[in-house]
Design a protein around this ligand. Structure first.
Ligand code: ADP
Ligand code: MG
Length: 245
C-alpha cells in the first residue's frame, strides 16, 4: 500500500556535482542521499563553499548533476528535457531568493498574482484571500515594491511563491538581506505555510536563528551531509555548526 503522507516530495540518491575537470575539478557534492517529505520545513546549513547552493540548484532543476538522481514531485529530473523541466519549475515549484526579485512597476497584489497571470490562469479567490491575509500587508497591497519595507517585499515574494500551490518552495537565504524583526516576519510566514497549508519548504541559510524555525536541520560540509536531525533552538543550531567547523 502506498502511504501518500510519507511519500517524499523531493528525494536525491548519491547526488554528485563536479565543476571543471582534471587537476582543477571541484567536487561540490560528493554523494548526497536525502529526502524531504510533504509538509516539512527543512533548513539546509553549512559553511560557505559546503555545497548548499549547488544542492538547491540541483533539487530545483536549475542545474544538472554529474551523477546520481533527483526526484521532484514524482518526476526523475534526468528524464525531463529542458522544456519539461521549465514546465515543472513553473507549475510545481516556488522560489524565494535573497533579493526579493519583485517587478517594480507592479503593485504588491499584482506581484503575488504574477505567476498565474503569466500562465494565463485565474487565482482561486479563496486561496488568494487566505494568502493576502497571511502576508498581512493590509492597505499596502496596492503599493509598489519601492514603497514597502524589505520585510514586506520578501513576504510578497513568499506569497508569490505560494500562489500556484507548488509541491515545494525552495528558499535560498530568504532572510539574508533583512534585519532581525523583518526576518522573523518572513520566517513566520514560511512557518505558517508549512503548518497551515501543508507546504513543503526547503530553505538554505547560514543564519542559525532562521534555521531554528525549521522542523529539520541538514548540515553539509565539503559536499556531504554531516548532520541530519530534528529542529533545534538557535543555540542548538550554533552548537551544531561549531561541531562542524
Ligand atoms: P555554498 O552555497 O555552501 O557556499 P556552493 O554550492 O556555492 O557552496 O559551492 C560549493 C563548491 O563548489 C565551492 O568550492 C565553490 O567554489 C564551487 N563552485 C560552485 N559553483 C561553481 C561553478 N559554477 N564553477 C566552479 N566551482 C563552483
Ligand atoms: Mg551559496
Amino acid at each position: 500500500m502506498t502511504d501518500l503522507a510519507s511519500r517524499p516530495i523531493v528525494a536525491t540518491a548519491e547526488l554528485r556535482r563536479v565543476y571543471g575537470e582534471g587537476e582543477t575539478a571541484v567536487h561540490a557534492l560528493r554523494g548526497v542521499s536525502t529526502a524531504f517529505p510533504a509538509g516539512q520545513f527543512a533548513a539546509i546549513m553549512g559553511p560557505s563553499g559546503s555545497g548548499k547552493s549547488t544542492l538547491m540548484h540541483l533539487l530545483a532543476g536549475l542545474d544538472r548533476p554529474t551523477a546520481g538522481s533527483v526526484v521532484v514531485d514524482g518526476s526523475e529530473l534526468a528524464n525531463l528535457d529542458d522544456k519539461a523541466l521549465t514546465r515543472l519549475r513553473r507549475d510545481r515549484l516556488g522560489f524565494v531568493f535573497q533579493a526579493y526579485n519583485l517587478v517594480p512597476v507592479l503593485t504588491a497584489e499584482e506581484n503575488i498574482r504574477l505567476p498565474l497571470t503569466l500562465a494565463g490562469r485565474k487565482p482561486d479567490q479563496e486561496w488568494l484571500d487566505q494568502l493576502i491575509e497571511a502576508v498581512g500587508l493590509g492597505d499596502r497591497l496596492d503599493h509598489r515594491p519601492s514603497e514597502l519595507s524589505g520585510g514586506q517585499q520578501q513576504r510578497v515574494a513568499v506569497a508569490r511563491a505560494l500562489i500556484h500551490r507548488p509541491a515545494v518552495v525552495f528558499a535560498d537565504e530568504p532572510t539574508g538581506n533583512l534585519d532581525s524583526h523583518s526576518s522573523d516576519e518572513v520566517l513566520a510566514l514560511l512557518r505558517q505555510a508549512a503548518d497551515d497549508f501543508g507546504q513543503t519548504v526547503v530553505m538554505v541559510t547560514h543564519d542559525a536563528h532562521a534555521a531554528s524555525v525549521a522542523d529539520r536541520i541538514v548540515v553539509l560540509n565539503d559536499g556531504q551531509v554531516v548532520h541530519d536531525g530534528h529542529g533545534e533552538s538557535t543555540e542548538g543550531v550554533l552548537d551544531l555548526m561549531k561541531a562542524v567547523a
